[in-house]
Design a protein around this ligand. Structure first.
Ligand SMILES: NC(=O)c1ccc[n+]([C@@H]2O[C@H](COP(=O)([O-])OP(=O)(O)OC[C@H]3O[C@@H](n4cnc5c(N)ncnc54)[C@H](OP(=O)(O)O)[C@@H]3O)[C@@H](O)[C@H]2O)c1
Length: 343
C-alpha cells in the first residue's frame, strides 16, 4: 500500500486555557507532518473523541496531563482516537496498513490528521471492531470494566445485586448498563432528565430514576432494593445527586467517584462511615490500567466485538467544524460520543 504523505496537516491546538468556544482553541491549517524516528510509526488518524476530560484539559482544569499542571499551552488536544500506520521509522516492525489506537497516557494529541508515536504504544484494532468504536477504547470501555471489577472484588454484592450509577445517560453509562447486566448485576440508573429513560431501559437498565422527579429518593431506593440499599454506587456527578446516591448505600457499600460533571462536592455523613461502614473511593482508569495484565486491551476489544458493551456515537464532525462539535458536546441528552473525523 502506498500513501502520499503531505508536508502539512490540520491540527486543533490549545492556544490558551479557557472556553473551547471562546478562543482557547485554534485550527492550524498548516501544521507540519512529523517524520517517524527509530521504533516509531506515522499514523494517519481517522477519528478522535471529544471526552469530558479533553474539555477539562482545554479549560486548564485537568491535572492528569503534564502540560496542564505546568500551565504550558500550544499543544494539540485529544486523548484518544484511531488511525492507521502509513510510514515506519528505521528499525520498526509494525506494518504499514495496521489499524491502531495510540495509547498517549500523559500526552494529548489525537485532534490532528497525522501523529508520530512509538510503535510500542500502539494497540492493534482487531477485525470486527469498527473505527468509531475503536476510537473510544481507552477512556470509557476500560473504565467500565475496571469499575465493575472493583465492585465485584470490594462491594457487598453477594446476596445483593443492586448497584447504581449517576450520569447514566453518558456514553460510559450506557456501556455500564450493558456490561453490568452481563455480569449479573441489577442497575439503578440515575439521570437528570427523562428524555433518555426509555432508551436506557432498552439497553438493559433494570430501574431508571429521574432525580428531579423524586420527592423521596431514599425511599425509592429502599423500595427498589427491597430494603437492602445499594451494594455500590459509581458517581460521575457529585453534588446533590452523588450525595443522595451515596447515602443510599447498604452497610459496607462501596462508592466510586469517577467524574466531575456537576463540579460540586459529594457530601458524606460521618454516621454512614461509622455505623454503616461504607467505603468511599475514587476510580482512575489510568491508575487501574497500570496494574492490569498486558492483554487488557485485547480483552476489552473482545467484549466490544462480542457486543457485551457497545460504544455509541451521537455525531461526527470534520476538524474544521470543531466549534459545532463542541456545541454538540455541551448539548444535553446526547446518545453517545461526539467524534472528530480526521481523514
Ligand atoms: N475517572 C476515570 O478514570 C474516568 C474515565 C472515563 C470517563 N470518566 C468520566 O465519566 C463520565 C462520563 O464520560 P462520558 O464520556 O461517557 O461522558 P458524556 O457522554 O459526555 O456524558 C456526560 C454525562 O454527564 C451528564 N451531566 C453533565 N452535567 C451534569 C450535571 N450537572 N448533573 C448531572 N449530570 C450531568 C450528562 O447528562 P445528560 O445525558 O442529561 O445530558 C451526560 O449523561 C465523565 O464525567 C468522565 O469524565 C472518568
Amino acid at each position: 500500500m502506498t500513501t502520499t504523505i503531505p508536508a502539512t496537516q490540520k491540527a486543533l491546538e490549545i492556544v490558551s486555557f479557557g472556553d473551547p468556544l471562546k478562543g482557547a482553541l485554534r485550527l492550524n491549517p498548516s501544521a507540519s507532518v512529523p517524520k517517524p524516528g527509530p521504533g516509531q510509526v506515522l499514523l494517519q488518524m481517522r477519528y478522535a473523541c471529544l471526552n469530558p476530560a479533553d474539555v477539562f484539559v482545554v479549560q486548564g482544569l485537568y491535572p492528569g496531563v503534564a502540560a496542564v499542571r505546568e500551565r504550558r499551552t500550544g499543544f494539540v488536544g485529544g486523548r484518544e482516537g484511531v488511525g492507521q500506520v502509513v510510514a515506519q521509522g528505521p528499525a520498526t516492525s509494525l506494518p504499514v496498513g495496521t489499524r491502531v489506537v495510540p495509547e498517549l497516557s500523559d500526552r494529548t494529541g489525537c485532534w490532528q490528521q497525522y501523529l508520530v508515536v512509538d510503535e510500542n504504544v500502539c494497540i492493534k484494532v482487531p477485525e470486527g471492531v469498527d473505527d468509531k468504536a475503536a476510537a473510544q477504547l481507552i477512556v470509557n470501555p476500560v473504565t467500565v470494566v475496571g469499575m465493575l471489577e472493583r465492585i465485584e472484588a470490594e462491594a457487598p454484592v453477594h446476596g445483593n445485586p443492586w448497584i447504581a450509577q449517576t450520569a447514566a445517560n453518558s456514553t460510559l453509562g450506557r456501556m455500564f448498563i450493558q456490561l453490568a447486566k452481563k455480569r449479573g448485576f441489577c442497575t439503578v440508573n440515575i439521570i437528570r432528565s427523562k428524555a433518555s429513560a426509555a432508551e436506557l431501559k432498552q439497553l438493559g437498565a433494570d430501574e431508571v430514576v429521574v432525580f428531579s422527579e423524586e420527592s423521596n429518593f431514599a425511599q425509592r431506593i429502599e423500595a427498589i432494593t427491597n430494603g437492602r440499599g445499594l451494594a455500590a454506587v459509581v458517581d460521575a456527578v457529585g453534588g446533590d445527586i452523588g450525595s443522595a446516591a451515596l447515602a443510599a448505600l447498604a452497610p459496607g457499600g462501596l462508592f466510586l467517584g469517577y467524574g466531575l460533571q456537576s463540579g460540586e462536592p459529594t457530601r458524606v455523613m460521618n454516621s454512614d462511615l461509622i455505623f454503616k461502614g461504607i467505603v468511599v473511593r475514587g476510580f482512575c482508569s489510568a491508575a487501574w490500567l497500570k496494574k492490569q495484565k498486558e492483554t487488557i486491551f485485547e480483552d476489552v476489544f473482545e467484549m466490544i466485538r462480542k457486543g457485551e458493551m457497545q460504544p455509541q456515537v451521537q455525531q461526527e464532525f470534520p476538524l474544521d467544524q470543531y466549534e459545532e462539535a463542541f456545541r454538540a458536546q455541551f448539548a444535553p441528552d446526547r446518545k453517545g460520543k461526539i467524534l472528530l473525523k480526521l481523514d
